[in-house]
Unconditional design. Structure first.
Length: 608
């Protein structure tokens, strides 16, 4: 009995949709890329409920005839290629002919389209790969796709969609990857009737500034290298613009966004020894390569691309970035300290009265002469008055089981015993560690990490108690985010308000900082808020408790006593007392050790 059968087109389309259409952002990516390929100069995207309810893409491209509109929803129906060899000469974003068929298989699609040659347009309704209606309609030239109820017939896929905030962030990320390639196209993006992006046509630098804020325009340096293998152009950031996370690293090849860790490493290699290890650098780099030398037909998402001359392009990329750094980075001048310098007159040979300096010495001096002995004060006993001999170390003071790891983190128990037995005087070592004597030995505290733990618990208590102290600023500062970062920032504004921030929305993804929490004066609030957004993005926006902790930890890191700050004995004592009042004295909120104890027995053995 035969058991193999040909799947119906509707089932095959749903299987293909599982690869091509993963979330609402995938729908927007495919439809907007089709609009770009159609030669549109104005593209508008309207999103409702982060794409769950509806997605609408309107363009003024060439449009489609009645026959083409009906055929466009069939699998492998495309106007981009005609034969297999065309895959190696691609000049369009799409080429598979699977996008519209995949979208129509998992959603309800309405298409209105008209060409310049037609007086009347075409309206087609498709749901679950089945055409439910077709009729003539009056509409402008171009295409108007409206996708309703995504995954309505695949409830398992719809159930696993993330929160609206997460899906909207993915939509903005996909949208940014397209608009950064086509600065000559006017793009608009609306979510629930609210404008998120309105990008006018202009230069590439202007487009980057419109998307990510004015700060990026000030920190970018141009890159422009033309070789026989490829052409590289775009912008890289100055070394001082490096950030720990959340960097904007964009690579494009022939107008197509790509993920390429090998080329990313080439950019970071060019910044070797210019930025701290682990930091990221923003860059926007565009490759123009012969289409025959690359293969984009690897994955349906088309972000993985293979290059024929990968190693050569790696060298070209690294050299071009280094060249940009060398050309446009200012070398800081050495400014010597001139306070109290002697005034040296210029030499004038015409003036007399100058004589060479003379050296005087005692010819009878003999350092080995026995008659030259330093006189020792007979009053030396007075220097030791009031001091008692320490004697031998009391065996009872030695720990019962000293640790072999002298500087590893150890449990401090009980806390009251440590506080009562600690020395009233403390010693600061190299502006980094606080050293104090306790009953069991020598306690070493990392001053920065200890203050992080103290401030973290204070900020968490403020969030719980809703009692805040806000310090108004004399001149409010403004901070501008990209559209995707602004969505994340909106979610953490209530937490920031509970910590003492006074913020107001100025529109255009720009916010005013009118007040800051008391106790963090002197800290740059703009950089602090940017770090909080990066931490919130890393932790995720679905778990409130984790997000509260991430925001509190970011503030604590910024406000904590920095390494190198000289502390008085009173300040060190306040840090020690504050630390031992915390719920966890041994580790920072992110798990780094704060305290180490060098046991008395190990100290004695060092001098044994």
């Amino acid at each position: 009995m035969d058991i193999i059968s040909l799947l119906p087109d509707s089932v095959a389309n749903q299987i293909a949709a599982g690869e091509v259409i993963q979330r609402p952002a995938s729908v927007i990516k495919e439809l907007v890329e089709n609009s770009v390929d159609a030669g549109a100069k104005n593209i508008t995207v309207l999103v409702t409920d982060a794409g769950r309810t509806s997605i609408q893409v309107i363009d003024d491209g060439v449009g489609m005839s009645e026959t083409d509109a009906r055929l466009s929803f069939e699998r492998h129906a495309t106007s981009k290629i005609q034969k297999a060899d065309d895959l190696f000469a691609l000049h369009t974003m799409g080429f598979r002919g699977e996008a519209l068929a995949s979208i129509a298989a998992v959603a309800q699609v309405e298409l209105r389209t008209r060409t310049t040659q037609d007086e009347v347009g075409t309206l087609i309704n498709v749901a679950g790969s089945k055409v439910t209606g077709q009729e003539p309609v009056s509409c402008p030239v171009g295409c108007n796709f409206k996708v309703n109820n995504l995954f309505y017939n695949v409830p398992a896929r719809r159930k696993f969609l993330k929160s609206n905030t997460t899906e909207l962030t993915n939509i903005l990320t996909a949208f940014e990857r397209i608009v950064l390639v086509y600065p000559d196209i006017h793009f608009e993006l609306y979510h629930n009737s609210a404008e998120l992006m309105n990008l006018k046509t202009g230069s590439l630098l202007q487009r980057i500034t419109d998307v990510f804020g004015k700060q990026y325009g000030q920190d970018l340096m141009p890159v422009n290298v033309d070789t026989a293998i490829c052409k590289v152009h775009g912008f890289v950031a100055k070394p001082e613009a490096a950030r720990k996370k959340g960097g904007c690293d964009y690579l494009f090849v022939n107008g197509r966004f790509m993920k390429h860790p090998y080329f990313h490493k080439a950019v970071l290699t060019a910044y070797d020894r210019l930025i701290p290890e682990g930091m990221q650098i923003p860059y926007f780099l565009y490759f123009d390569v012969n289409p025959a030398d690359i293969d984009v037909n690897i994955h349906p998402v088309k972000t993985e691309i293979k290059f024929e001359n990968e190693q050569a392009i790696w060298q070209i990329l690294m050299a071009s970035v280094r060249d940009a750094i060398g050309k446009f980075c200012e070398v800081p001048t050495i400014d010597f300290d001139t306070v109290g310098k002697p005034e040296i007159p210029a030499f004038d040979p015409g003036r007399g009265g100058f004589s060479a300096p003379k050296v005087s010495y005692n010819p009878d001096y003999n350092p080995f002469s026995s008659t030259r002995q330093q006189k020792v004060s007979s009053e030396w006993q007075s220097l030791y008055e009031g001091l008692q001999p320490s004697g031998d170390a009391d065996e009872s003071d030695s720990p019962e089981s000293p640790s072999s790891d002298l500087f590893g983190p150890q449990d401090i128990s009980p806390v009251e015993e440590v506080i009562s037995e600690k020395s009233p005087a403390h010693y600061q070592y190299k502006g980094r560690y606080i050293m104090t004597a306790v009953k069991s030995g020598l306690m070493i505290i990392d001053q920065h990490r200890a203050d992080i733990r103290i401030l973290y618990e204070r900020y968490m208590q403020q969030q719980d108690s809703k009692v805040v102290n806000t310090q108004k600023v004399l001149f409010p500062e403004t901070i501008q985010f990209s559209a995707s970062d602004a969505v994340i920032f909106q979610t953490i504004i209530p937490m920031l308000t509970s910590l003492g921030f006074d913020l107001s929305d100025l529109g255009g993804n720009t916010f005013a900082i009118n007040g800051i929490p008391s106790g963090i004066e002197g800290i740059d609030p703009v950089q602090l808020l940017r770090r909080m957004v990066s931490d919130a993005e890393e932790k995720g926006r679905g778990v409130t408790d984790e997000l509260n902790g991430a925001v509190a930890l970011s503030m604590a890191r910024s406000a904590a006593v920095p390494y190198g700050q000289i502390l008085s004995n009173e300040e060190m004592d306040n840090i020690i007392n504050g630390l031992f009042a915390c719920s966890n004295v041994n580790y920072t909120p992110d798990g780094k050790p704060i305290i180490s104890i060098l046991p008395q027995g190990d100290i004695d053995r060092l001098f044994g």
